[in-house]
Design a protein around this ligand. Sequence first.
Ligand SMILES: C[S@@+](CC[C@H](N)C(=O)[O-])C[C@H]1O[C@@H](n2cnc3c(N)ncnc32)[C@H](O)[C@@H]1O
Length: 290
Amino acid sequence: MLTDTITDTDFVKFWNTVLEPKFTKYRHILQGGLSRHSAAVLPNLPIRKGMSVLDVGCGWGDMSLQVAEVVGPGGRVVGIDCVDAFLQAARKDAAAKGLTNVQFLRGDAEVALPENEFDYVIARFGTMFFTNPVAALRRMRKALKPGGGMTHIVWRRREDNPAWQAAKDITLRYLPPPGADADTCGPGPFSMGNEEMTGIMMKSAGYEGVTFTRVDEKIMVGRTPEECIAFALAIGPGGEVFREAGAELAEAKRPEIEREMRAFFESEERDEKGIWAPTSSWVISARNPG
Ligand SMILES: C[S@@+](CC[C@H](N)C(=O)[O-])C[C@H]1O[C@@H](n2cnc3c(N)ncnc32)[C@H](O)[C@@H]1O
């Protein structure tokens, strides 16, 4: 454990108690959707046999496992996440695949990461949640050997991700916005969507050669309209408004919110697998100066 001797922050406690059960319930939607954004990217990264790679905010670890196959037995992958249940699932999947070159560790990237140890650092939809993003991005850079590379994937702006935003807009028509002291999962999913600001963060964290590549992918947001609605009210910007409004008010407004959400999701593309919504991410790559 990286944070054995450090008490969990409120943020880590929140992930382990409030968010974890919701994420686990909708793993098929989340992992299925997020992996579509890394599928085209991973094969083009300069990750080779024998390399050591760190996956920050690895979640259920599917990307760590894919990279473990690429680096092979002579290489090594470490997945770090702050949620125990995700790490347990990741370890189980690694064992089922017979992968012995991958290790999953409990850690808070805001508090501590290994230093000067890795050839490459990756993160898929994990860095937007950092409360102090420049400090955490710098810590990720320091995890690299000199000259090492990093790639993280983050959502582009809210207007480029209309399904996430629609869920929030609909709930806000019936419920108040979360207060300034609300329990949240950090600055939020779109906090790195602005290319100019995130470029400044990367440079402030000490990276060089920063590039942004846009990825547009349709992702399955639920197998049925009912599942889309339940997912949108559990996770993401709409889920946050619903949760923070308090059970009494939220439940009173649920029928109207669900009616409007149903109309929205029924207007999205549908096939035999489910309902699909367009989403857009940045693949941000950079180097630790050599
Ligand atoms: C949206 S999920 C993405 C998970 C995984 N990378 C994927 O793409 O399936 C964000 C992940 O970041 C983790 N996370 C958020 N803040 C973290 C921190 N400070 N340190 C370590 N992990 C963190 C969460 O526990 C969660 O697993």
